[in-house]
Structure formats: structure tokens, C-alpha cells
Ligand binder design. Structure first.
Ligand code: AMP
Length: 453
């Protein structure tokens, strides 16, 4: 469908020029009434992780494809099947499917280890995976995640897991559960792979086609297959806990003891392996029964990845991180539309009144109040209808005569009363009404800036 001419210009075959004027399947527009729910979740996320010392990192959404091959892992489903590739002459680029590789690239490239013994970063942004879209699974979705570099100990894991548990409950999710497992270090994993291969090879005829393919490249992934044939074959499979080295075991015990001390509930799930290749030792998922998120009950996933930075050419650096899926959490919370702070609507009639209202509106906005001014010269009736449609709390009506006399009519659309006030008192009267707890709506001023009192 796309052709490059010898001069390097792109052309699109005519049939592909036909477009349907809607977003690409699995990639959703976030309309203004929905984006408030995103903002709230993001604000809550920032507020919680910043108390643990995480600071925000922002990276491009496009990276070299090789970065994901080397970090997310060649055998991971994400890299094998779900990358959105961008071909540019001499470059192989990709839309990022996750945030961890970019953060690792920045950490290594900026030699952050040389100046900070421990580094804590968080990120928020869109990710792209060419998956089959379904409820809670999209091709563009948003993740918020954290990465902690430089602390190999189990207490770092405990703190991160405790943080995600608190975050999930703080967001209002119900029946939050932490599923936890250890994948051991590289030595244990090597041994475990060997035992799994030995176990599954004589049973390969009973496995799904997908699992048969995994047998040679990543037999661990057979363990989290949802196919009943694979699940049956997994019964009696060796368990990783038997392959742990003493150091892995001490780490695991240390983590469990710390979580017990923090009273963080968790459930050990020896089948939890997660879809990305790079995890070592601890891996975890947070699930919720809240709301309706379809088959996808996991809202967050993460783990330790102590070998990744060295494998990317960086200094050996222990690391642990996680990412949560914003859409999935919003689905679980059943949050889409949110009520905005109370709105003040100006309905001026004539130029003199509009100018006076512009000035009053500016004074209110400077106090953080949300203001809409209809300066189109429309009829009073249509302006009042619009104020109503926007659920405005107050409407200020100013005609030519009032503009001349320096007064205005203040309508409280919730309490259904109105009074005429000198313009000089109007701003204070609105601020007082918004701040008063006795107002019928219990409305308070917009939280976006300083208090108006
Ligand atoms: P992962 O990066 O695969 O470890 O996933 C971490 C979290 O991101 C999951 O628990 C989901 O909440 C979310 N997530 C992953 N893939 C998708 C997707 N295709 N659509 C929506 N959310 C996703």
C-alpha cells in the first residue's frame, strides 16, 4: 500500500487513500469528558510514588527496534508479534510497547549510576501493542510505571510491592490482590529451563501448537498458558522453588518476611511467569475484582530485572519496576465522566456589557474559578440554555442598562434565586458563595489553583 519512489518520496496506492474518519481499531480517542478521569488517576499516581522518592522521566514514544529485541526479549510475545514498526531509510524504529527499555537506555546513556547510588524514576504515557483488541486490551493504551535502579535487596522489592498495593487500594479498587512469585536468578532459571524441557519434551504431543513452539525458545511460558491441554500437562511439572540457589532463597524469604511485617497481603502463585523475558527473582501482578474488566483482571505487573542493564551494554545494575494499565484501572473503577468544578457563566447583552464581563471573568479565573463567557451576541434565552446545558452553578446576566449602571444580575442556578449586585461586589460574592459549606451543592472553588478566599 505504501511505495517509496527512487527519489525517496512516499506514495500511497489509491485504494488506501479512502479513509473512514475514525480512530484506528484498538486506539481510542479520549474525549474531554473522559480525560478528567485520566488526569485524576495520574495525579493520584504521582502523589503516591513521589512520597517514595520516584521522579518523573519522559522519553520519546519511538525507539530503535533493537532496544526492545535486546531488553523486552526476542522470545516475548510483545516483540515477536505485537510491535508497530516504523521503517525509515537506514533505520528500524518502533513505537514503544512498554516503558522499561527506554528508561534503561536513558539510565545507561547518561551514566546515571556514576552519580546516584540508587535511582527512582516514574513515567506516564501511551504504549503500543498490535494485539487483538478486546475489552481492557487495546493497541494504544496508557501505562504509569516506576523503575528503581541500584538496590539488589529484598526490602526494595517489598517497598515497591507495598507501594503498588497501597496505590491500588488508594485509587478505590476493591478486592485488590497481589500475586507473587520468584523466577530465581539466571543460574536457577537455567536449571529450571533444563528440567522443564526434560519434563515437557516427552509430553509435547499433548501440548497446544503454541506451547510446542515455546518448548524450544521459552518453556517457562507454557506455565501461564490458558489452553486446557497445556494446563493439564503442567500438572506435575517441576517447580522453580526447587531450583533456587541459596542466595535466591534468602532473597525470597527476605521479601516475604518484609511483606508480612508491612502487612501487605499477597498470594504466592508458582505459575506466575509474566509475558516479558527479562524478569529475575521477584515477579508480581496486582489483580482486582472491581468493575467489569472482562477477562483481564490484572491491572498492574512488574518484577525484578537484575540482568537487563548489563545485557544492554550498561554496568551490572540491579533493578525492579512495574507498570499499571490506566484504561484497565478506569474500567475497574467504572470511571469515565467526571463532574467538573462549579462553573460561572457570563451572559452579557451588547458590547459594553461584554467588555465589563470580560474583566470580571478574568478576575474570577485569576482566583482559580472556572468561567465560561458567551460573547457571541446571542439572545438571553439561548445563553441561559447553554449555561444550563453546561451545568453552570452561577449565571451572571448583564444587559446594556446594567452595564451603564455598574450592576449585574447574579443567578444561582442550583438554589434558583437571583439578585442584583454592584459589579464591584460580584467577584467577592461568588467567591464567598463557592467557599461556603452551606451552599446547596456543597460546591467548592476549582482545585486547580490557589484558594479564592
Ligand atoms: P505489561 O507491560 O505487559 O507487564 O502490562 C502491565 C499492565 O499494563 C497490565 O497489567 C495491564 O493493566 C496493562 N496492559 C498491558 N497490555 C495492555 C493492553 N494491550 N491494553 C490495555 N492495557 C494493557
Amino acid at each position: 500500500m505504501l511505495t517509496i519512489s527512487p527519489t525517496g518520496l512516499w506514495t500511497i496506492d489509491p485504494p488506501h487513500l479512502f479513509m473512514k474518519l475514525r480512530a484506528v481499531t484498538g486506539m481510542n480517542d479520549i474525549l474531554p469528558e473522559e480525560s478528567r478521569a485520566y488526569q485524576r488517576l495520574e495525579q493520584r499516581f504521582r502523589a503516591v510514588v513521589e512520597t517514595y522518592g520516584f521522579r518523573e522521566l519522559r522519553t520519546p514514544i519511538v525507539e530503535e527496534l533493537a532496544l526492545f529485541h535486546k531488553s523486552t526479549g526476542e522470545t516475548s510475545e510483545v516483540v515477536q508479534k505485537q510491535m508497530f514498526l516504523l521503517a525509515k531509510e537506514g533505520e528500524s524504529l518502533a513505537l514503544r510497547p512498554e516503558g522499561t527499555p527506554s528508561a534503561a537506555r536513558v539510565y545507561i546513556g547518561n551514566k546515571v549510576h556514576a552519580r546516584e547510588p540508587v535511582t527512582k524514576w516514574y513515567y506516564i504515557g501511551p504504549m503500543f501493542r498490535a494485539e487483538r483488541p478486546q475489552r481492557g486490551r487495546y493497541r494504544q493504551f496508557h501505562q504509569a510505571g516506576c523503575e528503581l535502579y541500584g538496590d539488589p535487596g529484598p526490602f526494595a522489592d517489598a517497598e515497591v510491592i507495598d507501594m503498588v498495593y497501597r496505590l491500588a487500594t488508594d485509587l478505590g479498587l476493591r478486592d485488590v490482590g497481589v500475586r507473587l512469585n520468584t523466577l530465581g536468578g539466571s543460574e536457577a532459571r537455567f536449571e529450571y529451563r533444563r528440567r522443564l524441557t526434560e519434563y515437557f519434551t516427552p509430553r509435547s504431543a499433548q501440548l497446544s501448537e503454541h506451547a510446542q513452539a515455546r518448548l524450544s525458545d521459552n518453556p517457562l511460558r507454557i506455565l501461564d498458558s490458558k489452553d486446557p491441554r497445556d494446563q493439564q500437562a503442567c500438572e506435575g511439572a517441576p517447580v522453580l522453588l526447587d531450583c533456587l540457589t541459596d542466595a535466591d532463597r534468602a532473597h525470597w524469604q527476605g521479601l516475604l518476611a518484609a511483606l508480612d511485617r508491612l502487612k501487605t497481603p499477597y498470594e504466592i502463585d508458582p505459575r506466575l511467569v509474566r509475558g516479558l523475558d527479562y524478569y529475575t527473582r521477584t515477579c508480581f501482578e496486582v489483580v482486582t475484582q472491581s468493575g467489569n474488566i472482562g477477562a483481564q483482571t490484572a491491572i498492574l505487573g512488574g518484577g525484578r530485572y537484575d540482568d537487563m542493564l548489563a545485557s544492554l551494554g550498561g554496568p551490572p545494575t540491579p533493578a525492579i519496576g512495574f507498570a499499571l494499565g490506566i484504561e484497565r484501572i478506569l474500567l475497574a473503577l467504572g470511571e469515565h465522566a467526571h463532574t467538573d468544578p462549579p462553573l460561572v457563566f457570563f451572559a452579557p447583552l451588547g458590547n459594553a456589557a461584554t467588555l465589563a464581563c470580560l474583566e470580571l471573568a478574568a478576575s474570577l479565573r485569576a482566583q482559580g474559578v472556572w468561567v465560561e463567557l458567551d460573547g457571541r451576541g446571542n439572545s438571553l434565552k439561548s445563553m441561559l440554555r447553554r449555561a444550563d446545558g453546561m451545568s453552570a452553578r452561577f449565571c451572571i446576566v448583564m444587559g446594556e442598562q446594567e452595564a451603564e449602571q455598574g450592576t449585574a444580575q447574579l443567578k444561582d442556578l442550583t438554589a434558583h434565586d437571583q439578585k442584583v449586585l454592584p459589579q464591584a461586589q460580584l467577584v467577592q460574592a461568588i467567591l464567598d458563595a463557592l467557599a461556603s459549606p452551606s451552599t446547596s451543592t456543597g460546591a467548592s472553588p476549582a482545585p486547580t489553583s490557589g484558594s479564592p478566599t
